[in-house]
Design a protein around this ligand. Structure first.
Ligand code: NAI
Length: 400
């Protein structure tokens, strides 16, 4: 079949396997040329491994100096009558292919990370492939829902402000339309739902399960990802439902740090830069900021993608030095370049001029769109998109 991009609003409904391989290869190539990770972990579990920061972390750790073996957990769709499957599905498959070519162990576990069953499957995999212990656990799940296995109901996260309504714009990637909307303040139930889905509870459940199963190695670390951002994004992010969940995640990092201290290890929340990912394009009001930020950071030569952020996290913060550098709230900050005062001043000036009729010219819309397309395996020069793809042939050799 010939696979074409199918974009609905901010959601991609198709993915090109060969382009996903290119996306993985491009990241591998970057980390091989970057400053290496020294004294890195050898056995890594990544929960949320198939795209965005989780995939970048996996690639950095496997190819960027640590030569780590990895177990990756994700929730993705393979090909079916409904469609070709999700980009994350192919990212997993091609990560495994290229990791194995270089002699690394790469195990993909697909299922609901929130479930007890997947946690047990992972412990079994740790027994089988890692001699029973992990050195690093990355928690990088971004989801809109979490099943409550006790009641059979779903907790849903809502991306909303708290207290009062805010307005902001989203850009529809299919029609190139800038859509202004007003978001009502979240209800208590929505705040609670977001906390359950995106807060620290499940991260803690993973670490507790791993400790109880004696799967945590001496010196084991764990990291989850957070966002703080500048004032412009605070009403919809930091001061909203997602920010509430991130504060919970930060608090969880402190309690996990105490638990892992028993193993001479540690737990951190790492505050990352705002980037185009499958999850972030959903956040209303964030797109104009991303367009302005990309424009300014690219002009200044300070722009980073997920892979640059992750390589820097591991080679300059988490490994290779006596103490992990943190701020006054014990957060790792790799959002420093984003929050640089000159960058923010320029971004603010640009945002003040940006509107529905000039965002394509003023902001880095071309870069934003290309990054989104490439997340789904499109717009790579190396791929001939006019050629048919045999999905069955592609997936057969790499399934676990
Ligand atoms: P993403 O959408 O690219 O990746 C999310 C991952 O979670 C995927 O591997 C997906 O398969 C997995 N996942 C989702 N539901 C799952 C489930 N039920 N079971 C197992 N796996 C599941 O998202 P992104 O942006 O990389 O987000 C990762 C973390 O980074 C989140 O905590 C997010 O808040 C944080 N972050 C993101 C920023 C951004 O600008 N994109 C900035 C700062 C932090």
């Amino acid at each position: 079949m010939i696979i074409k991009p199918e974009i609905h609003g901010v959601v991609a409904r198709s993915a090109h396997p060969l382009g996903c391989e290119q996306a993985v290869l491009k990241q591998i190539e970057y980390v091989k040329s970057a400053e290496p990770i020294k004294n890195g972990p050898k056995r890594v579990l990544i929960i949320g491994a198939s795209s965005g920061f989780g995939l970048a972390a996996r690639i950095a750790l496997a190819f960027g100096g640590a030569n780590a073996d990895t177990i990756g957990v994700s929730f993705e769709r393979g090909p079916s009558e409904k469609g070709v499957g999700s980009a994350g599905f192919y990212n997993n498959l091609y990560f495994k292919k290229h990791a194995e070519i270089e002699g690394r162990i790469a195990v993909n576990i697909q299922g609901d990370a929130f479930s007890k069953q997947v946690k047990e499957e992972v412990i079994e995999a740790i027994e089988t492939y890692f001699e029973g212990e992990v050195d690093l656990i990355i928690y990088s799940v971004a989801s809109g829902v979490r099943p409550n296995y006790q009641t059979g109901e779903m907790w849903r996260s809502a991306i909303k402000p708290i207290g009062e309504a805010v307005s902001g714009a989203s850009v529809m990637l299919d029609s190139e339309q800038w859509i202004e909307s007003s978001l009502e303040a979240a209800s208590d139930a929505e705040i609670e739902g977001t906390l359950k889905v995106m807060g620290g509870e499940d991260w803690e459940a993973w670490i507790d399960t791993l400790i109880n199963a004696e799967s945590v190695a001496q010196g084991c670390q764990t990291v989850a990802f957070s966002y703080i951002g500048p004032e412009f994004t605070h009403p919809i992010y930091l001061d909203g439902t997602l920010g509430r969940a991130k504060v919970d995640l930060h608090q969880t990092s402190h309690s996990l740090n105490l638990k892992l201290a028993n193993f001479d290890g540690g737990a951190y929340a790492s505050v990352c830069k705002a980037l185009v990912t499958k999850a972030s394009v959903f956040i209303p009001g964030l797109t104009p900021y991303l367009l302005a930020l990309y424009q300014v950071m690219k002009q200044k030569g300070t722009h980073e993608g997920c892979i640059e952020q992750m390589q820097r996290l591991f080679n300059s913060k988490l490994y290779g030095q006596a103490n992990v550098p943190v701020d006054g709230e014990r957060l790792i900050r790799i959002d420093d370049l984003e929050l640089d005062p000159d960058t923010q001043q320029k971004v603010t000036a640009l945002l003040a001029q940006m509107n529905q009729s000039n965002f394509v010219e003023l902001g880095d819309y071309a870069g934003f769109k290309q990054e989104f397309m490439q997340l789904n395996g499109f717009e790579f020069d190396q791929v001939d998109y006019t050629q048919p793809v045999d999905l069955e042939k592609i997936i057969k050799p790499y399934l676990d």
